[in-house]
Structures are given as C-alpha cells and as structure tokens.
Design a binder for this molecule. Structure first.
Ligand code: PCD
Length: 795
C-alpha cells in the first residue's frame, strides 16, 4: 500500500523525505570545528607510536638495534617482528588471503615498509626514538615495473611463499575467447590501443590512524580507527589476535574521507592495538601524509590493451582486452574475494555487443601493496576507461561522430534486465536519454563547428570534445557471489522509534563525508511519514550498530539504504496494527497515505493518526496482539547490483605552444535512479569530477629504478585545487532500479569513474586531425606537447 518507488509520487512531501534538498545534519559539527576524528581521541595515559620504515625497496634485514632508541627519555618500548611473534601478530592476512608482515621479519619488499615501532610518551619523542633505531640492511636489487618483474632474470620478491619461483601473482580470464577471436577474424574493422591506467593514490584529507585501548579490567580491546568497514575489521582483528570478537570494539568516529584508502587493514592499526595490549595503556598511531601515500593502498596500475571489432557502419561486435596488473609486494587488493580482477569484466560498458573476452596477469613488484577501489567499484573505473577510450578510437578510425557511434551501440531501454556477455545482469538504463540531454546542455553542434573553424584558421588553440557514456556497477552483494574474507556482503539497519515519536536509526555502513546522517534519515522519514529532524542516524560503532560490510564501492545506498527502507516498512507494518487499535478500526480498514505520512480509516480520512500518536500507543497502550515497542531490524541481501550510468561531455582547449589544456565546458548528466537528496548528489558529483580531473591531468605515483617512490608526497603527487577545477554543469535523468526498495542506485563513484575517459577523449579529439589516437594520463603539458609535436601540430 505504499505507492512504490515511483519517482512521480515518491518525492516532496515537505517532511525532508525522498528527493528533498535537506541540509546536511553533520555539517553543523564539521563546519564549526566540532568533528571528532581519530586524532581528536585523547585518553589518559595515552602513548604515541611512530613507525620505523625502510629506506630501501628490497633488502634483507640483518640486525635491528633498539638500544639507542630505548635510551631516549620518554621512549617506553620498541617493537619489532620478534616481539610480535610472541603474540602471533607478526603477520596479518590481506583481504585477498595473502600474508603480509606487520613489521618486517626477514625481507623488506617495498620502500617505506614497516620495520619497527617506537612507543613513547608523546609523538615528538616517538619520532626522535624512531630515528635512533639502527637497522642493518643487506640491499637487494628491486624491480618496480610489472613487465620487468615477469622477466626471467628478475629478482624474486616473494621468497616467503612456498614454491613461488617468479613474480607472477595470478592469472584471470573472462568471457568467450573462441567466439571473440572468431568475430575479430571476420570483422572488417578492428582497432587496438595500449593504455596505462596509472598508479593513483586515494588522498583523503585525513590520513590513516588508530588508537588502541586495551582495558585489562574488562579484558576488552577498543580500537578507534579510520575504518570504512568497522565490523569486518573487528572480525578480522578477532581472527588474527585470538581475542574473542565480543571483547573487541571497533569505533570509526568521524572519518575525513575514505575513497577506498581505509578499506584494508594496515600494519599501523595492528601495532597500535598490539602495543596497547602489551603495555596496557592506550596507544595512538597517526600517519603522516607521505607515509599515507607511500605505504597504504594505491589504486589502478593496470596496463591495458583494448581491442574492438566492428562493422564498417560502426556496429561494435566484440571487445577484447588483455591486462598486466601491478599488485605491488603483496596481493592486497580490496575487493570481493571471488573477483581477483574486481568488476573489471564489465568492460563491455553501455554497449550491446555479441561477445567479449578479457585476460589478466598480475605481478608482484617492489612497490607498496594495494589495488584498492579508489572511488571505484572494484576496477569498474579501469573497465570504463578502457571501453570509453576504445569507442573513441573506433569513431576516429571510421571518421564517425563519437555521439553517433555510441547511439548505434547502446543497450536499448527495452533490453533491460540485460545480461552482458561477461555475465552481469544490468537492472535498468536509458543511455540515449542521458546522452541526448548532455549533448543539448553542452551545445555540442556549436562546439563541433567551432572546432573545425579553429582547424581551418590554423588557430593557436585547438578545441577538442570528449564524450563518455559510462555504466557503473555498484552495491555489492549479493552475498552468494560477493564476500569479504568469507563474510557475505549484505547490509543492515536498525530502527527504534521512541515513546515520544522520535527515532534512532543505526546502520551497518560507515560514512566518511557522504552525508549518511542526513540521507538515511530521509529514507526513514519518507517511509514512516516522519519529519527528518526527528530522526538521528548512528554508525561506526561495533558495540551498538548492526553488522554491516561498510562503505565503499558506492554500496551504502544500494544495500544499507535498502535495509533502511525495508526496516522502516517493517516498523510501518506494526504501526498499522497499533494505528488500528488507536483508531478503534479493523486493521484491514486502515491504510497509510504517503502524502500525509499518516494512517487513516478507509473512506474516513479525518480519522487519521501519525507516528507520534502511534509511538505513544506502542509504549502506553499496545494492542494485545502485539509486543510493546516500535522497532525493527533488517539485514538486506541485495538480489542484484545496481547500474547507475551517465553521459559526460568535456570541451577542452589545447594550447599548441605549451601543451596546456584548459576546460571550456564540463557537462555531467547522471542517472542514479530515484534521488534521495539532490543537493548531496550534486556535492558528490562535484567532488568526484575534481578527482577525475586529478586523475586525467595530474596524479601519478612514480618510482625510480632503485624503487624509491618519487611521487610520494604532495610536492610530487599533484592534487587538483580549486584553481584547476572548472565550473561544472550537472544534469540528471531518473531511471529507477526495479529491484531496489526505493528504486535508488549508488552515485558517489560515478563522476570519478565516468570523467577520465571523457577528458582524455577531448584532448585526443583536439589532435585527431594530426593522427593522434591516444594520450596517456596524467596529461601534463609536457605529455600533451609531445603529442602535438608528434602530430605536427606544435607551434
Ligand atoms: N545518494 C542519494 N541518492 C541516490 C544515491 C545516493 O542521495 N540515489 C546519496 C547517498 O545517500 C549518500 C551519497 O549520495 O549520501 C553517496 O551514496 P552512494 O553512492 O551510495 O555511496 P556511499 O556508499 O554512500 O559512499 C561511498 C562512496 C565511495 S565508494 C567513495 S570512494 C567516495 C564517495 O562515496 N568517498 C567519499 N563520496 C565521498 N564523499 C565524501 N565526502 N568523502 C568520501 O570519502 Mo570507495 O570504493 O571507498 O573507493
């Protein structure tokens, strides 16, 4: 009786429910400096931990001398692998079941790897102590490039793995190789391009950190930590430490940005917890910026080859791709365990192709481990980059308009649910609708004319127009196919309506700035006819919140958002029976009206009752057929993922003299199904587009041949600032997800996933008359100028 997730009837009842631009509740504390981040946690007697890190990328440890460090006044302890071995904590499992040293026991495998921990009364003393730990290294030859790592004479990195004879990490394939090869053999047109999705680093404002606090009185370990997934982290802590799970409490307080960086468990967390256990005092560990960039989970680093087979008319028939993935020193990618290449096999994108085949090899190198889903649902970013770049390559090969060729190949609205050649089940989409709106907003035809005019007039600045019509895949589970360390990927919500009609909602996901305290309250407000101000949302505390798998891969809305809606409907079900009791009517005669948010007796709308009176009834006059109270919990296992999509159009000016690229126009049309809070979505899009621009134009973690990280601080790893960010024009279409209780899809990652290929396509487009088919990211002026020069376009 709830009107369903029909966007027409769903939104705008004026109580702060679905579709309303409710101001973010959390901003009151964030913009007045009252946030509570891990580094704000101060406990009596708290000690500070500083990690000693290896200056070498590949080296055997011969000796560690702690004595000079221990002599420093205020240093309480120096821990090495040997000390941790005693507690069985010298190693920890990665999310992909590899074994990573917490503190290096034998051999350093990447620069900045954790070698020892100095615990002292304050941070400065800890740092002084760390500088006095003397480590003797036997330096070995490192290998940082994945191609070099697979050469026969490459130094063996993982001699700790039994039977491992080379740096080969894993192989993976998807799709139908034979059928795809056949189509390639018979097709009139084939195109091929090599491209690197460079190593990036998610760079949250807040670095990673933890406060371990073991209480011997309660025999309980509390860890405040920068975690995107506190519940699964507690389970892993319990499994690794042997401390029973109910004696561990993980709190993820305010988190200053996650972006996938805070999904893995890092040695620092374990050391802080272990040190507090050993010393029976709270211990804080907080990373510096360069430690964060150099040692915590990187993203991407996929060396990809893309191929398309098509007809002369531009109908794409097959996609083929081969990838060499640099996994760093450990296999520590953060993705569901059945998916060693994440969701990369969505590389057929928004297009209806007959067949596809993809293969991947991953290599170990002497670089930090990672492969985290940086604003990306497990490698969908790489997949979208591949297909959206290749469509542009094909369009240029055929001399077709890139909008036209997309239109020819889109999966059509009536084809949904659509099964892709690599086995994904797309829920809904209207790709052409989004593209048409974007073309109109971008004034596409005008810019095409302007582009030609500049070529004809031999202008100093060329114009390029890039399109990306991406499809995302977000909302992992379902639990039957997706798990993290064996735990199925469901999520949860727990709603308690109190006697005065106000409610507390606890969710299993953990916000890092997305605005969940507002948007989850909106979902519940919508489903219970409550005012959004009467609902408080809590998260990030394993002692009080229902178990959930965390926030990443844009899964909060698709999974926990669904749980919140379903839990609210369970509450509403009970509310109905209480309403009937209060209204002295039979339950069958009572209906709920979404517009007013009240129950009324059928045919007598004046006999109505809202949540406040119902809550009072639940606690003060409960019907004999019901238990007292008004609460519900839901653990939601999604039947499928959701597939948000969009079309982005970027117009750039390329300076033929300097290679500089300036944004002329930036249009982003997104479709995330039903929208909870348009203002929050707008913010998500802006932030994600900024990160997409950083990806395309500036960012890369680089190494020299000795394995030194040469892009490991903000002097060398360039983030975009407001100076580099143009004005964005955003638009939207609404295609609800048919299987999601409120018809919503995720949106947080779409802009980062969708924008890099649009930007690269625009820069390539500016030089296509010079024969340029690809420009590698980051497209710094020198990179672009080389291409201009190659094309004979430089002046
Ligand atoms: N929404 C709405 N509607 C719809 C959808 C959505 O409203 N339809 C909204 C919600 O509610 C939220 C947001 O929006 O609030 C988002 O969502 P989603 O998409 O669901 O997502 P989530 O899960 O929540 O989140 C996550 C994401 C990610 S993933 C990332 S990176 C990033 C993003 O989110 N991060 C961040 N964003 C952000 N923001 C901020 N501020 N911060 C951060 O950190 Mo990964 O995988 O982790 O890499």
């Amino acid at each position: 009786d709830d009107g369903g997730p029909d966007p027409e009837t769903y939104c705008g009842h004026g109580r702060g429910g679905m579709g309303e631009e409710v101001k973010r509740k959390e901003d009151q504390r964030f913009i007045t400096g009252r946030g509570n981040y891990v580094d704000d946690i101060k406990k009596p007697g708290m000690l500070h931990c500083e990690l000693v890190r290896s200056p070498h990328a590949h080296a055997r440890i011969e000796n560690i001398d702690k004595s000079r460090a221990l002599d420093v006044d205020g240093v309480v302890a120096v821990l090495t692998a040997e000390d941790l071995l005693e507690y069985d904590l010298a190693t920890m499992p990665t999310l992909m079941a590899d074994t990573q040293d917490v503190l290096v026991n034998d051999k350093v495998k990447f620069q900045s790897q954790e070698v020892a921990a100095v615990i002292a009364t304050d941070r400065y003393t800890a740092k002084d102590g760390a500088q006095k730990v003397v480590v003797d290294y036997d330096v070995l030859d490192p290998v940082v490039d994945p191609y070099d790592a697979l050469e026969d004479d490459a130094p063996l990195i993982r001699d700790d793995i039994e039977g491992q004879e080379d740096n080969h990490c894993l192989d993976w394939e998807t799709g139908d190789r034979e059928a795809t090869d056949r189509v390639f053999d018979e097709c009139e047109v084939t195109v091929k391009e090599d491209m690197l999705y460079q190593r990036l680093h998610p760079a949250p404002i807040e670095t990673c950190g933890a406060v371990g606090d073991y209480d011997p009185g309660k025999d309980k370990l509390t860890v405040h930590m920068t975690s995107q997934a506190p519940h699964i982290h507690r389970t892993l802590f319990a499994q690794v430490s042997g401390i029973p799970e109910h004696k561990i409490r993980i709190v993820s307080p305010d988190v200053g940005g996650g972006f996938g960086n805070k999904v893995p468990i890092y040695p620092g967390y374990v050391v802080a917890a272990a040190a507090s256990y050993v010393l029976e005092r709270p211990v804080k560990w907080m990373e510096e910026r360069s430690e964060n960039i150099q040692s915590t989970g990187f993203a991407r680093d996929y060396h990809m080859t893309g191929e398309l087979a098509a007809t002369k008319e531009g109908k794409i028939r097959a996609v083929r791709t081969d990838v060499l993935a640099n996994h760093g020193a450990y296999n520590a990618v953060a993705q569901p365990s059945n998916f060693p290449a994440g969701f990369f096999n969505i590389f057929t994108g928004s297009y209806d192709v007959e067949t596809a085949y993809g293969s991947l090899t991953a290599a170990y190198t002497n670089t930090a481990p990672g492969g985290v889903a940086y604003r990306c649902s497990f490698r969908v970013t790489e997949a979208v980059y591949l297909i959206e770049r290749m469509v542009k390559v094909l369009a240029d090969e055929l001399d077709m308009d890139p909008a036209e060729i997309r239109r020819k190949n889109f999966i059509q609205p009536e084809q949904f649910p659509y099964e892709s050649p690599t086995g994904w089940n797309y829920d809904s989409g209207d790709y052409e609708g989004a593209l048409d709106l974007a073309l109109e907003m971008a004034d596409y035809d005008h810019y095409r004319e302007e582009q030609q005019r500049r070529i004809d007039e031999d202008a100093d600045k060329l114009l390029g127009i890039g399109i990306s019509s991406f499809t995302e895949i977000v909302g992992a589970g379902p639990g039957k196919t997706c798990d993290i360390a064996g735990v199925e990927m469901f999520d949860s919500a727990d709603i308690r309506v109190h006697p005065t009609g106000k409610a507390t909602v606890r969710v299993g996901v953990q916000t890092q700035g997305q605005g969940h305290e507002t948007t989850f309250a909106q979902i519940v407000a919508e489903e219970l006819g409550m005012n959004v101000d009467d609902i408080v949302v809590e998260h990030g505390d394993t002692d009080t919140d229902p178990y959930g798998l965390g926030t990443y891969g844009s899964r909060s809305t698709p999974v926990a958002g669904a749980a919140a809606a379903v839990a609210a409907r369970k509450v509403r079900e009970k509310a109905k029976s209480i309403a009937a009791n209060e209204l002295e009517a039979a339950e069958e005669d009572v209906t709920w009206d979404r517009q007013s948010g009240e129950f009324h007796v059928a045919g007598a709308p004046e006999r109505s009752i809202g949540i406040t009176e119902i809550a009072a009834g639940a606690y003060m006059n409960h019907p004999s057929s019901e238990e007292p109270g008004l609460e519900a919990v839901d653990y939601y296992d999604p039947p499928e993922m959701t597939y948000p999509f969009g079309s982005y159009i970027v117009v750039v000016e390329v300076d033929r003299e300097t290679g500089e690229v300036a944004f002329e126009k930036f249009v982003a049309v997104d479709d995330c199904g039903n929208r909870i809070n348009p203002m929050v979505i707008e913010g998500q899009i802006h932030g994600g587009l900024a990160q997409g621009i950083g990806t395309a134009m500036l960012e890369q973690v680089t190494f020299d041949d000795n394995g030194n990280v040469t892009g490991g601080d903000f002097m060398n790893y360039l983030l975009p600032t407001s100076m580099e960010i143009p004005e964005f024009e955003t638009g939207y279409t609404v295609t609800p997800s048919p299987h999601h209780p409120i018809g919503a899809k995720g949106v947080g990652e779409s802009p980062t996933v969708g924008s890099p290929p649009a930007i690269v396509n625009a820069v390539v487009d500016a030089m296509k008359h010079g024969g340029i088919t690809h420009v590698e990211m980051p497209m710094t002026p020198d990179v672009v100028w080389e291409k201009l020069d190659e094309a004979g376009l430089a002046i």
